[in-house]
Design a protein. Structure first.
Length: 140
C-alpha cells in the first residue's frame, strides 16, 4: 500500500481561538488545502475542471478532534481517495503533528458535479482519471 498524499502546514497565530487552540473551522481549511494540493499534484487545475464542465462537491464531512494544535505547530495533512462504483467517493484525511500524534481525522463523501446539469456525474473516477496527468496520485 502506498503512502497517502500529504502537505505540510504551520499553524498560524491568527488561526487560533481564545484558548490558543487551532479554531475548529480551520481544520476544514487545512483538509481543503490538502485536497486541492492533491488535484494540483495530479495535474488538475480549477480552470481545467471548469473547462470540462465539472466541479468537485462536498456532500458530507466528519471531523474527529483528537489533540489540540497550537500556534507554531508543524502538521502534516494527508489525503486519500477511496473509490466505489457509484456517483460518490470517500476521502480520508489525517492531521498529524510532527511527533506523529494524530490531532484530527477527517472523513468526507464527495462527488463531481456536472456544472450545466447540476447533477453528480455517474462515474467521477473516470473523469479524474481522464483529467489527471498523474492518476496515481488518486490511487488510480
Amino acid at each position: 500500500m502506498t503512502e497517502p498524499f500529504s502537505v505540510r502546514v504551520t499553524v498560524r497565530g491568527y488561526e487560533t481561538d481564545v484558548q490558543g487552540h487551532l479554531n475548529q473551522a480551520v481544520y476544514l481549511n487545512y483538509a481543503e488545502h490538502a485536497r486541492w494540493s492533491l488535484l494540483q499534484a495530479a495535474g488538475i487545475s480549477q480552470s481545467g475542471l471548469i473547462a470540462r464542465g465539472v466541479g468537485p462537491v462536498a456532500l458530507e464531512t466528519t471531523v474527529r478532534y483528537l489533540r489540540e494544535l497550537l500556534a507554531g505547530d508543524e502538521v502534516e495533512v494527508t489525503c486519500g481517495f477511496e473509490w466505489g462504483e457509484g456517483k460518490t467517493f470517500r476521502i480520508r484525511q489525517t492531521i498529524r503533528k510532527a511527533d506523529g500524534t494524530v490531532a484530527a481525522e477527517i472523513t468526507g463523501v464527495g462527488g463531481l458535479m456536472d456544472l450545466e446539469e447540476r447533477r453528480l456525474v455517474a462515474d467521477p473516477r473516470a473523469y479524474f482519471k481522464e483529467l489527471a496527468a498523474d492518476p496515481g496520485v488518486f490511487g488510480l
